[in-house]
Design a protein around this ligand. Structure first.
Ligand code: EPZ
Length: 413
C-alpha cells in the first residue's frame, strides 16, 4: 500500500547485480571446489539458483552478502522441472554442466509474462561446439564427447545464449569465437569471473568474444558488479517524484542511455566515480525511447520509463524491440488515469498532470517496479498486488524507498 505525493530525497546504496550473480553462480559448477561470490543480493531468484545448485549436489552457504558454493561433489546433471518453472534463468546451468560433465538435462522453459522466450540460440551455439541436443517430452538433453571450439554467429545478441555458450566453451578444445555476442555488463562480469577461475576469454563488452579452451580451472573469489537496473529504477524514482537522490555503488558508464533520456526529460544529473545524483524537475518533458541491446536503452527499465512518461508534458513514444509482450503494465497504469495507446510494439503516452492511486497488479518484476513508482507519484493511495514479482529483483523495496521519504506498507493477507 503506497501513499502518493512522495518526493524522494537522500542517499541509497545499490546492491550487487541479480543478472550478473545468476550466471556467475551457475559458472561455479565449472571449477570443482569452493568459490566465493561477494555482494550477491538477497532475492528470490538468487535463492532459486542456490536451490538449483544444491539439487545437483553442490553445497551453497550464505554469509551476509556473500555466497560460497562448493561444487566438488556434484552428482546430478539434471534440473528438475519445478525449479525450471520457478525461474527461467535456471537454464544458465546448461552451459556449465555440459562444459564440465559433457552431459545435462533441463526441462524446456515455457513462455513467460513478457514473451515466448525460446532457447534456440543457446542450443544452436552448443550444437556448434559438438554437443548433441535432444528435445523430447518437454526436456532438453545435451550430451557430448569432447567439446570442440567453433565459430558461432548469433542471429541476435541474446544475453543468456552468449553466457551459456561462453561457459560451455571454457573446456572445449581449441578456440571458440562468438560473433554478434551480447555486450551487456553482466557478460563482462561473467568473463571476469571465468578468467579468475583460470579461463582464457577476451572480448566481452564488444560483439566478438574469443574463448581459448583450457584443461583445468580452480575456484576463486569474485565480487559482482552493482545492479544497473536497480540503480536505474532509483534514478527514475528521483525524476518522477521531483526528488533528489544520490545513488551510490553505481558504475555510471552502465547507465549512459538512461542518463541521456532523463536529461532530455529535464532531470539534472551529476555523476562521480561510483555515484549518480538525479534531481527531478518541476515538470518532466516527454521523450521517445526505443529499447535495444546494450549499450542501447535497457528493456528492463522500459516499464519504469513508461510510468515516468505518464506524468510528462507532451506525448512520448516507447518502442519495445527486445520482448514481444512487455506492455502488461499499460492496462494497470491506465487504471491510475494514464493515457496510453498501444499499437503493436509501440506505446504512445500522452502525459497527464496527475495520476490517481488505484488497486493495480504487478504482472512481472519490472512492471511491478513501474507501478510502485507511479504509486509514489500519484495523488492518493495505490495498492499493488503481486509483490512477489517485485521481490524477485528488488531487495526490501519498501524499506529502501521509505528511508528516502516514501510511505509504503507491505500488507500480508
Ligand atoms: C536477460 O534475459 C535478463 N535475465 C533479462 O532480465 C533481460 O530482460 C534480458 O536479458 C534482456 O536484456 C538475466 O540476465 C537472468 P535474451 P535473457 O536471451 O538472457 C530472444 C529482468 O527483469 N531469444 O537476451 O533471457 C528472447 O525471446 C529480466 O531482470 C530468442 O529468440 O534475454 C528475447 O526476445 C527479465 N532465442 C530476446 O531474444 C534465444 O535462444 C532477448 O533475450 C534466446 C533469446
Amino acid at each position: 500500500m503506497i501513499s502518493g505525493r512522495t518526493r524522494l530525497q537522500g542517499k541509497v546504496r545499490v546492491n550487487g547485480s541479480k543478472n550478473a550473480s545468476l550466471p556467475i553462480l551457475a559458472a561455479s559448477i565449472l571449477s570443482p571446489g569452493q568459490s566465493v561470490i561477494k555482494d550477491v543480493p538477497r532475492l528470490q531468484d538468487i535463492t532459486t539458483m542456490g536451490d538449483v545448485l544444491s539439487s545437483l549436489g553442490a553445497r551453497v552457504f550464505r554469509d551476509g552478502p556473500d555466497i560460497t558454493v562448493d561444487t566438488t561433489n556434484i552428482y546430478s546433471v539434471e534440473v528438475e522441472e519445478a525449479l525450471m518453472r520457478r525461474m527461467r534463468a535456471s537454464n544458465l546451468v546448461l552451459g556449465p554442466l555440459v562444459g564440465r560433465f559433457r552431459e545435462a538435462k533441463i526441462s524446456q522453459p515455457g513462455g513467460c509474462n513478457i514473451g515466448s522466450r525460446p532457447m534456440n540460440l543457446h542450443l544452436k551455439g552448443l550444437r556448434a561446439l559438438g554437443v548433441e541436443i535432444n528435445e523430447e517430452f518437454g526436456y532438453i538433453s545435451a550430451r557430448a564427447g569432447r567439446l570442440t571450439g567453433a565459430e558461432i554467429q548469433l542471429d541476435f545478441p541474446s544475453v543468456g545464449a552468449t553466457e551459456n555458450i561462453m561457459m560451455a566453451a571454457v573446456y572445449a578444445g581449441g578456440v571458440t569465437v562468438i560473433r554478434n555476442a551480447a555486450r551487456e555488463p553482466e557478460v563482462v562480469d561473467l568473463q571476469n569471473f571465468l578468467n579468475c577461475l583460470g579461463a582464457r576469454i577476451t572480448g566481452a563488452g564488444t560483439d566478438i568474444i574469443r574463448i581459448e579452451g583450457v584443461r583445468e580451472l580452480h575456484p576463486a573469489v569474485h565480487q559482482v558488479i552493482p545492479d544497473r537496473i536497480e540503480a536505474g529504477t532509483y534514478m527514475i524514482a528521483a525524476a518522477i517524484t521531483g526528488g533528489d537522490l544520490t545513488i551510490v555503488n553505481v558504475i555510471p558508464e552502465h547507465l549512459r542511455a538512461l542518463m541521456a533520456k532523463l536529461a532530455e526529460a529535464g532531470a539534472e544529473i551529476e555523476t562521480g566515480d561510483d555515484y549518480v545524483r538525479v534531481r527531478g524537475p518541476q515538470r518532466l518533458q516527454a521523450v521517445d525511447v526505443k529499447t535495444m541491446p546494450y549499450p542501447g536503452f535497457p528493456t528492463d527499465l522500459q516499464p519504469q520509463m513508461m510510468a515516468l512518461l505518464t506524468l510528462a508534458e507532451g506525448t512520448g513514444i516507447i518502442t519495445e524491440t527486445i520482448f514481444e509482450n512487455r506492455f502488461k503494465h499499460v492496462s494497470e497504469l491506465r487504471r491510475m488515469g494514464a493515457e496510453i495507446k498501444v499499437e503493436g510494439q509501440t506505446a504512445i503516452i500522452k502525459g497527464k498532470k496527475k495520476l490517481s492511486g488505484a488497486p493495480v497488479e504487478a504482472s512481472d518484476l519490472r512492471a511491478g517496479a513501474a507501478l510502485v513508482l507511479a504509486g509514489m507519484a500519484a495523488e492518493n493511495g495505490t495498492i499493488v498486488e503481486g509483490v512477489e514479482h517485485i521481490d524477485r529483483g528488488y531487495e526490501r523495496i519498501e524499506q529502501k524507498y521509505n528511508a528516502l521519504g516514501a510511505r509504503i506498507t507491505r500488507i500480508r493477507s
